[in-house]
Design a protein around this ligand. Structure first.
Ligand code: ADP
Length: 170
């Protein structure tokens, strides 16, 4: 049985098996949550990312967590929002599906997501929240190995949004 937690704060501080990074296709350290993760994990992370040769939008790649409390980082590349008619919703859904699939393969018990694509990539926060929670509810089925899924948010408005959204689907 998967338990859901909605928390406010810095994802790099969470004590979970894996945190998810909202990365870019080059897997090069950037701004936002990606920059915070690279800074906290240390320079070894970029070396492992360089060896992976990038990650297309919607897909996911696993690395070690290095100096983080989390053992692993799952990097996924969210879509840039172009108004909604360029497949953005399906691509964001694919991010969550591919992260969950990789987490199952790697026997990851607890996993924390940031609000992928909702910063520099401009995805509307309410739609992104519905996709995040909807995909996790669909794919982290009662018989899945996940014990805990965290949604780690940076602002109070997003916390309220996610709580309302989770209440709607439970
Ligand atoms: P993207 O390029 O996918 O939009 P961003 O990093 O710009 O990624 O933003 C994604 C979300 O992560 C935003 O809602 C932002 O507020 C949030 N965020 C930024 N830093 C952190 C952090 N350290 N921990 C958790 N969330 C963060």
């Amino acid at each position: 049985m998967t338990r859901y937690h909605i928390v406010r704060g810095d994802i790099t501080k969470l004590r979970v098996t894996a945190i998810v990074n909202a990365a870019n296709e080059d897997l090069r350290s950037g701004g936002g949550v990606d920059g915070a993760i690279h800074k906290a994990a240390g320079v070894e992370l970029q070396k492992e990312c360089d060896a992976l040769g990038g990650c297309p939008t919607g897909q996911a790649r696993l690395t070690q967590g290095y100096r983080l409390s989390a053992e692993y980082i799952i990097h996924t590349v969210g879509p840039v929002w172009h108004g909604g008619d360029k497949g953005e919703c399906a691509l964001l859904g694919a991010c969550y599906a591919n992260v969950l699939s990789l987490a199952v393969k790697s026997s990851i018990g607890s996993l924390a997501f940031p609000a992928i694509s909702t910063g520099a990539y401009g995805f509307p926060k309410d739609r992104a929240a519905r996709i995040a929670i909807g995909m996790c509810r669909l794919l982290a089925a009662p018989d899945s190995p996940f014990s805990e899924i965290y949604f780690c948010l940076f602002d109070e408005a997003s916390v309220v949004l996610y709580k309302n959204c989770l209440a709607d689907v439970l």
